[in-house]
Design a protein around this ligand. Structure first.
Ligand code: ADP
Ligand code: ZN
Length: 771
């Protein structure tokens, strides 16, 4: 029995719940008008505050609070693929877990059909068909739009593409949709030109039938914009025995067509991508769809090339910068099962896959998977949830898995597949620390003599070197030599970062920008402002004077803004048009540069400052990833870490190459205090127009704080970013044992406090950032 039927009141009024893309606590009921037959998942138009809004028919239980006679009528159903059950379950689950309003979560999935229902380029039969006598011509049009003819049309489409797989796949998927009737109705859409030809009638007949209510405008099914990747495409790569064993385990998980999670854990350059593409290929053989999530899709040019080499065609790509036309086609193709593989950013999780058979999360440890604005969620964790609702395996991939994932492996919840060696006899790079206390850089400079020497040697050998510093711009701080004034952002608790090439100072939190002043704004002294500390621009300047002959390339998100710039940079490096690469964290991402043999980390201590729970873990992961760029082919690699504390466990672990040991000691430190992953955390972030208001609300929350066995509240305390975009911020942290569910505690807690106008409380379950 579906939600709709359950909700027929005594008076015979049928009501359906419709979830709207707004922060309401749940769906609203609407009256179903005669002749309309909504099912859960259908996209519907409904009245809301005298406007028409698009929502999704939901399956929530009846809300009898509103009496029948007060119900507003549903306006109609929208010609769009229904939101499928597994996606609705994901929305409900995420809303319950993150405490986000369900409508806001649903809005992520509805964004495309809502923004662009697609032009009504074709016709379908009205349903029900008005009861009237038909002329011969009209009858032929009706026949051309009924089942048998439609199948014929689909077959023709399949032939045109010349791919049997795709056709079988789509047919099978249609069968699996179960609801044959509704599916046929939406499949029978043909263009005017097509109909006039098939029925042997003029366009006037079609228009007349539309006027008579026999035909309804509808969107044509997309003509598969994505070619079918060929799982048996001739490949030049032969998997090593170890790789083959790992690939077999993953293939087996895919063939099982059931939920499982596997960590694919292999050193950098071990062929993890090669191996999980085998799982993708098994998924294609199973005629199901595969989703691969990458942390930064703008940096995926090498990945896309490899995919093409493995399967002969490109996959569908999904991220927020697609043009609306590409977005619409891709979204449609996914819904029609015509996009067999999608590679995408976080939001690809909400695509309408009819038959998802595999979810891969590459670089699963990456914090970029955490969505920090709007609905706050961790895409890695939600990928696992989506896989569960789709009865599909999830594969988490990393050379430096997060402690969360490692703990899940240890608890037996996740399987573990390992690739312990680099592919093709390449060895892991040799890592050493440079003690900056013993061999400091020259005054006002940032590269220490041993690093300079190593770069020089590398360049002389005709190999490539990389300098890594995770800081954009020229200098993180500008101060007046005369009065000590520091250039600060007027909207945030943050220094302005100098971008010398752009002649600007910029806040990296809110984007506020000012031209570099010629005199100090506080004391008026001329030419007194001085740059303190390095960013990549400053390192580039230093490198230019040290190695004037070297062809340099800067890789930072502001110098390489889009996928094309990144693709061009990676091409130039591979083609040896570059000798020295200077970059921020984007150089750490999965790149394979065979001629790169030296990586110098300018400030290895950078990520360790601040009291962040995961600072050490993240620093090890980032530096190990950067280090992993060196020596990936025949020539061995070398990594030098500039640090003021070579004795720090992070440096020791990197030098010894003992990540497992490091993770074990991290675990040992977090376990007793019930810190994640051995306990749960949720942050409340209070923000208000003034410090007083923020304090008042934070204090109220503090008084209402929950307590109990295994429950602890830390704070309120000013957030490290005490002012952000002009808003004053305070933080509270709920910490519980792992066996305690934080959501009910949070709900009760928030219900006890009134949030005044202009103030707000944001909830962050499983926080990654503590700013
Ligand atoms: P990881 O993702 O573990 O860092 P990759 O999958 O990027 O490793 O592999 C590193 C390099 O080795 C890539 O250039 C890849 O094409 C190559 N490679 C890996 N396995 C094989 C193989 N079996 N045959 C040929 N080349 C391989
Ligand atoms: Zn700012």
């Amino acid at each position: 029995m579906d939600g709709g039927d359950r909700k027929r009141s005594d008076a015979g009024v049928r009501r359906v719940p419709v979830l709207l893309p707004y922060p309401f606590p749940g769906p609203f009921d609407y009256r179903v008008p005669p002749g309309c037959d909504p099912h859960p998942g259908d996209v519907a138009l409904v009245p809301l505050n005298r406007r028409e809004e698009m929502g999704v028919v939901w399956d929530a239980p009846a809300d009898d609070a509103v009496p029948d006679h007060k119900l507003k009528p549903l306006i109609g159903l929208v010609e769009a693929p229904p939101m499928r059950e597994d996606l609705r379950r994901l929305v409900d689950w995420m809303a319950a877990y993150t405490l986000a309003p369900p409508g806001e979560v649903m809005a992520i999935a509805l964004r495309v059909p809502r923004a662009a229902p697609g032009p009504a380029t074709g016709w379908r039969l009205a349903d029900p068909l008005p009861d009237m006598r038909l002329t011969d011509a009209r009858r032929r049009v009706v026949e051309a739009l009924t089942a048998g003819h439609g199948d014929q049309q689909r077959d023709q489409q399949g032939d045109q593409q010349g791919d049997q797989h795709g056709d079988q796949q789509r047919d099978q998927q249609r069968d699996q949709r179960g609801d044959q009737h509704r599916d046929k109705r939406s499949a029978m859409v043909r263009s005017t030109a097509d109909l006039t030809q098939a029925a042997g009638v003029g366009a006037g007949v079609i228009r007349g039938m539309a006027d008579a209510g026999l035909l309804v405008p509808a969107t044509l099914p997309s003509a598969a914009p994505f070619a079918m990747p060929d799982p048996d495409y001739p490949s030049t790569n032969t998997l090593s025995a170890g790789q083959e064993q790992a690939a077999a385990t993953l293939r087996h998980a895919v063939a099982a067509r059931s939920f499982s999670v596997t960590l694919l854990d292999g050193v950098t350059g071990s062929g993890k991508t090669e191996v999980y593409l085998e799982a993708v290929s098994e998924c294609l053989r199973q005629q199901r769809q595969a989703l691969v999530l990458l942390p930064e899709i703008a940096l995926s040019s090498q990945w896309l090339e490899r995919f093409q080499r493995r399967f002969g065609v490109a996959p569908a790509v999904w991220h927020s910068d697609l043009t609306s036309k590409v977005r619409r086609t891709t979204w449609r193709a996914v819904a029609d099962g015509a996009a067999p593989v999608v590679v995408g950013a976080r939001s690809a999780l909400f695509l309408p896959f009819p038959d998802l058979g595999l979810v891969v999360v590459d670089e699963e440890h990456e914090t970029a998977f955490k969505q920090e604005e709007g609905v706050v969620y961790h895409a890695r964790d939600m990928a696992v949830v989506r896989a569960r609702f789709c009865h599909a395996p999830a594969v988490l991939v990393s050379a430096t898995p997060s402690l969360e994932t490692v703990a899940n492996v240890e608890a037996g919840r996740y399987h573990h597949v390992m690739l312990p060696n680099r592919h093709g006899g390449a060895v892991l790079p040799h890592v050493a620390a440079i003690d900056l206390r013993e061999t400091p850089p020259a005054r006002g400079h940032f590269l220490a003599p041993p690093l300079i020497e190593a770069v020089r040697d590398t360049l002389v050998r005709g190999e490539q070197a990389m300098l890594f510093l995770n800081r954009r711009g020229y200098a993180p701080l500008t101060l007046c030599r005369h009065c000590g004034h520091r250039m600060q952002c007027p909207n945030c608790t943050a220094w302005l970062v100098e971008h010398r090439t752009r002649k600007e100072l910029q806040c990296h939190h809110c984007g506020h920008t000012v031209p570099i002043p010629s005199e100090c704004p506080a004391c008026g002294a001329a030419n007194s402002l001085t740059a303190v500390g390095p960013g990549v621009e400053r390192i580039t300047e230093e490198a230019a004077s040290l190695f004037p002959e070297a062809r340099r390339l800067v890789m930072a998100s502001d110098t390489m803004p889009g996928p094309y710039a990144a693709a061009e940079a990676s091409r130039a490096i591979a083609a040896r048009e570059v000798d020295l690469i200077i970059g921020t964290q984007i150089v750490a991402k999965g790149w394979h540069f065979p001629h790169l043999t030296l990586v110098g980390v300018v400030d290895a201590d950078l990520g360790l400052a601040g009291g962040d729970l995961r600072a050490a873990e993240r620093t090890v992961q980032l530096l190990h990833q950067v280090a992993g760029r060196a020596g990936r082919a025949e020539a061995p690699g070398r990594v030098l870490l500039q640090t003021f504390s070579p004795e720090h466990p992070v440096m020791q672990a990197l030098v010894a190459g003992d990540l497992n040991g490091f993770m074990a000691s991290e675990a040992a430190q977090r376990r007793p205090g019930h810190w994640p992953p051995y306990g749960r955390l949720a942050a409340l972030i209070v923000s208000a127009d003034s410090g007083l208001l923020a304090d008042a609300l934070a204090r109220d929350l503090g008084w209402a704080a929950p307590s109990g066995d295994g429950v602890e509240v830390l704070g309120p305390a000013p957030a490290p970013l005490a002012i952000l975009r002009g808003r004053h911020r305070r933080r509270l942290l709920l910490k519980t044992r792992r066996d305690v569910a934080v959501q009910p505690i949070l709900r009760d807690w928030l219900a006890k406090v009134t949030v005044p106008r202009g103030s707000r409380v944001d909830v962050d379950v499983d926080p990654v950032s503590f700013l």
